[in-house]
Design a protein around this ligand. Structure first.
Ligand code: CTP
Length: 400
């Protein structure tokens, strides 16, 4: 499975750096192409010559490569890789990654990499347990980076506890199963809608909602990580799509979102509509700013197209259509009604009554209701993990 895969390894300063020699050998033996980038601190633990020999590629250690002042292109390194593995990831490097600090080549490469990132922490148990480190690890996971859990055992300090970097064989397995997973949706094209829509009232005002787009972008990332080609039609959102398999189309209004969806729907095998589309839009959009006049202002609204319902009408037998329901009352009954009316394969229900779920949060709590009557409920989780649960349901449906 690793044959021809491009693996970029980032080594930071930790005693576990010596284990990367074994890991590099495992990758190369499995047919992967390996390139290495090191922080200055990593040189104290393993030499570039060792890694260059084992990886069969020059090791990148500084922004400037040689006396002639030739530049090491961190952007190229980041674009070259299918996966960027940072191992060992020291507390210092994790902190800098979490906060966008860019004072060495590894960090510059991290900030410019578009591929999935995995990181394998290695440090003393108290450093790992410190709230600052735990928060930084959570930030990286929030960015969609994958944590390779450290092990418990004897540490370089002589103390016993959690903080040992995962063994080379374990990291090798993680990377291998990551690529295995990538294959599951290969060849599938997926349409995802995300974020809010804004319906203009005049040149400065609009009707909108609090959707951040986080859930839809997390699903786009998860689908792309499994090899799907993703068309992400997004309303105004500050979220960033990092994976190169995601094509983002920006829209503002419900009408624009509908138009873009119609253009691509017939070419897709799966559609997941998670945008919080405005149900109503002003009948008249004033071309100049509406001036204050009188105590009351009436704005006449018309219903927008229900994009999900329209796609449900066009749905072919082999297409999967998935919708969301954000409810406050009679949650399940309302969601089931929507699933039926919109011709869905399943609907993802989240209730605004659940703490930590819904607009703006980094977490969500969902139930998945299938059109065959089955129901699966999940606990409160980071949106990235919720996205993974949704993707797994889709994979199950495709493979039965
Ligand atoms: N949806 C859509 N187009 C709309 C409204 C909703 O595609 N104009 C989609 C959403 O992306 C979501 C699902 O329909 O997947 C349910 O949205 P929701 O707002 O909960 O339901 P509505 O059908 O609009 O019903 P109501 O607002 O009355 O609850």
């Amino acid at each position: 499975m690793l044959e021809g895969r491009k693996i970029l390894i980032g080594i930071s300063g930790s005693i576990a750096a010596y284990k990367i020699a074994t890991l590099t050998r495992l990758f190369v033996k499995a047919g992967a192409q390996v390139k290495v980038v090191m922080t200055p601190a990593a040189h104290d633990f393993v030499t570039p010559v060792t890694l260059a020999t084992l990886s069969k590629n020059p090791v990148n250690t500084a922004f400037v490569k040689n006396n002639a002042g030739e530049w090491t292109n961190h952007v190229e390194l980041g674009l070259w890789a299918d996966v960027f593995l940072i191992a060992p990831a020291s507390a210092n490097t994790i902190a800098k990654m979490a906060h966008g600090i860019c004072d060495n080549l590894l960090l510059a490469t991290y900030l410019s990499a578009r591929c999935p990132v995995m990181f394998a922490p290695a440090m003393d148990l108290d450093m790992l347990a410190h709230t600052a480190t735990q928060k930084n690890i959570a930030i990286l996971q929030g960015f969609g980076n994958n944590l390779i859990e450290p092990n418990s055992g004897e540490l370089a300090s002589g103390l016993e506890g959690k903080g040992r970097m995962a063994e080379p064989e374990e990291i090798f397995q993680c990377i291998n199963s990551f690529f295995n997973k990538q294959q599951l949706l290969k060849g599938k094209t997926v349409l995802i809608t995300a974020g809010p829509t804004y319906e203009h009232i005049d040149p400065v005002r609009f009707i909108g909602n609090h959707s951040s787009g986080k859930m839809g972008f997390a699903i786009a990332d998860a689908m792309a990580a499994h090899g799907a080609k993703v068309i992400l039609i997004a309303g105004p959102s500050s979220q960033q799509a990092k994976n190169t398999h995601i094509t983002r189309i920006n829209v503002t209004s419900a009408a624009e979102m509908f138009e873009e969806c119609l253009k691509v729907y017939s070419k897709t095998e799966i559609a997941i509509l998670c945008a919080a589309v405005a149900d109503y839009a002003p009948v008249q959009v004033s071309t100049s700013k509406i001036k204050k006049a009188g105590n009351l202002l009436n704005i006449e609204l018309h219903q927008t197209k229900d994009i999900l319902k329209e796609l449900g009408k066009l749905k072919k037998k082999k297409q999967l259509l998935i919708g969301f329901a954000l409810e406050t009352d009679n949650e399940e009954a309302n969601a089931l009604k929507k699933m039926k009316e919109k011709n869905l394969d399943f609907i993802v229900l989240n209730s605004l009554n659940d703490k930590g779920a819904g607009f703006g949060f980094d977490t969500n709590q969902i139930s998945i209701l299938h059109h065959n009557g089955t129901k699966k409920s999940f606990g409160l989780k980071p949106k990235k993990d919720v996205a993974q649960d949704i993707v797994e349901q889709i994979i199950q449906l495709l493979h039965v």
